[in-house]
Design a protein around this ligand. Structure first.
Ligand code: BG6
Length: 503
């Protein structure tokens, strides 16, 4: 890991949930493992009124509850933290931010290298860059300036295009870091290494050997107090348009020329641009939207989505989406990709399953199952492959067996401390100016372009099916695969088990 040059972080939305739950713990752990620069400050910005000291104490209370937190390191860490209260939607208020920043640059005697992290509601994504620019806070004369945004990067294709246009008025593309925390996951990055550091898989990674691919992003939890946000978003915007399409891109992209931001992001963009556009008819036939209904499992009552706090009683927001899509390029032409994600499914699993073609002829008399490769992104991270062997004894009776590798074996070799959480990795990369694991504008826009027909279908009140909490989604999603003579894998928390039905 490269320790960044002296640089500073300004967090907008400093009193919010993302800052306390994800950003500050990540920054603390980077500091504790000596991966932050020698000289840095963090300035929290939001509307709530705190003095520096009050804000530091709030952080101590919240970080102090975390694992692996050392009181004396925490005390040193908070000395680098400052706070300013302004109305972030008011342009004149940024004069106060500027004077606070100037004072800190002088006090720390650092270059003006600054990362502006927008941990705010998306309604401020256009406003904050504009206000920063109005006060020359995007000026790179005395040090680099970068902004970090998190999803939702737009709400649909048009709003994403508008946001893009607005951002590019004040920041160049290489100054903009769009976080997709899935790209920060070790096992998503491992997809690249697995594919491109092993000669044996790449030749098989084509329509010639692969029959179909499943990508699952399942969650057992419901909306967990985020009903207000989720009801305006749904599974399509919350998970599929970003996280799962990024996983698909890693899985389906061509080998990059080099391992650097441009080469990798060029290949990601190419594959996302090659997604076969969906006609209105395709959406009807190839996409299943579902919403969880009430269910009682082992004497525990799970609320229907419509009864969750913050959700409209007649909400038509999907908490499940399952679909079939194709990639129009030489490698993947004709190979179906089945993708699904949902809340209140039986277990929390993210995985990619590659189903190879069956043998052309059942030489042992029985139709042997096709080979399969399961790449588990979380939990029980690892890889398992299935193949057929001979049962001991007379004749040629066959049996399906498996071979697995668990990512945890590598963790213990490397030592737990060296493994970075997604936010630690992404913050460090942004400070180092490495955009490899951040979504580039063309990739984000291609994703929106691809899902826009599904959004249109939703707006026209397309079919929405109920599914009982704790099941694998609406039966219509099973029918989607059944039409092709296939079934979804029923994964379990433990990578090597199948047919998980427990919530
Ligand atoms: C977030 C979504 O981006 O990703 C959440 O807003 C979802 O709804 C979460 O639960 C899933 O992330 P992870 O890392 O737990 O798989």
């Amino acid at each position: 890991m490269v320790v960044p040059d002296n640089s500073n972080i300004v967090i907008f939305g400093a009193s919010g949930d993302l800052t306390f739950r994800k950003l500050m713990p990540a920054l603390y752990h980077l500091y504790a493992s000596k991966q932050l620069p020698d000289c840095f400050f963090i300035l929290g910005v939001s509307r709530s009124k705190y003095s520096d000291e009050q804000y530091r104490q709030k952080l101590v209370q919240s970080l102090g509850k975390g694992d692996r937190v050392d009181d004396s390191v925490l005390n040193q860490f908070i000395q680098h933290i400052y706070y300013v209260s302004i109305d972030t939607s008011s342009m004149p208020a940024y004069a106060e931010l500027k004077s606070r920043l100037d004072a800190l640059y002088t006090q720390y005697d650092t270059p003006h290298n600054t990362l502006f992290y927008l941990a705010t509601p998306p309604s401020l994504f256009e406003v904050i860059p504009q206000c920063l620019a109005a006060h020359q806070l995007n000026n790179e004369a005395q040090g680099w300036k970068r902004i970090v945004l998190e999803k939702p990067i737009g709400y649909d294709l048009q709003s994403a295009l508008d946001l893009d246009k607005s951002l590019h008025q004040f920041f160049d593309e290489q100054q903009i870091y769009r976080i997709d925390h899935y790209l920060g996951k070790e096992t998503v990055q491992n997809l690249l290494v697995f594919r491109f550091a092993n000669g044996m898989f790449e030749p098989l990674w084509t329509r010639n050997y692969i029959d179909y691919i499943e990508i699952t992003g399942a969650e057992a939890l419901g909306v967990e107090g985020r009903g207000g946000y989720y009801d305006g978003s749904g599974a399509l915007r919350d998970m599929l348009q970003n996280h799962l399409l990024q996983v698909l891109a890693m899985m389906a992209m061509e080998p990059p020329v080099e391992i650097n931001a441009d080469s990798i992001r060029n290949e990601v963009a190419k594959v996302l641009k090659s997604l076969q556009p969906l006609s209105a008819e395709d959406v009807k036939n190839e996409v299943v939207l579902g919403q969880y209904t009430e269910s009682e499992i082992q004497d525990e009552l799970f609320l229907a989505y419509r009864n969750e706090a913050g959700v409209k009683a007649d909400s038509r927001t999907e908490t499940y989406i399952g679909m079939r899509l194709f990639i129009n390029n030489w490698r993947w032409n004709g190979v179906p990709f089945y993708i699904r994600t949902g809340k209140r499914l039986p277990t929390r699993i993210t995985e990619v399953v590659i189903h190879f073609h069956k043998t052309p002829h059942p030489v042992f008399g029985v139709d042997a199952p096709a080979n399969k490769l399961v790449i588990r992104i979380q939990p029980d991270e690892g890889i398992v492959t299935n193949f057929v062997l001979k049962k001991p004894g007379a004749g040629f009776e066959t049996k399906e067996v498996s071979m697995d590798f668990k990512y945890q074996y590598l963790e213990s070799e490397e030592g737990e401390d060296k493994l970075l959480s997604a936010y630690e990795r992404l913050l460090l990369d942004a400070l180092n100016g490495d955009a490899t694991l951040f979504a580039r504008t063309d990739a984000v826009l291609s994703c929106w372009k691809f899902v826009q027909p599904i959004l249109d279908y939703k707006h026209q009140s397309g079919s929405l099916y109920g599914y009982a909490s704790g099941t694998w989604g609406p039966t219509q999603a099973d029918e989607l695969l059944a039409k092709d003579g296939r079934t979804w894998r029923r994964p379990c928390e433990n990578l090597t088990n199948t047919n998980c039905t427990e919530l």
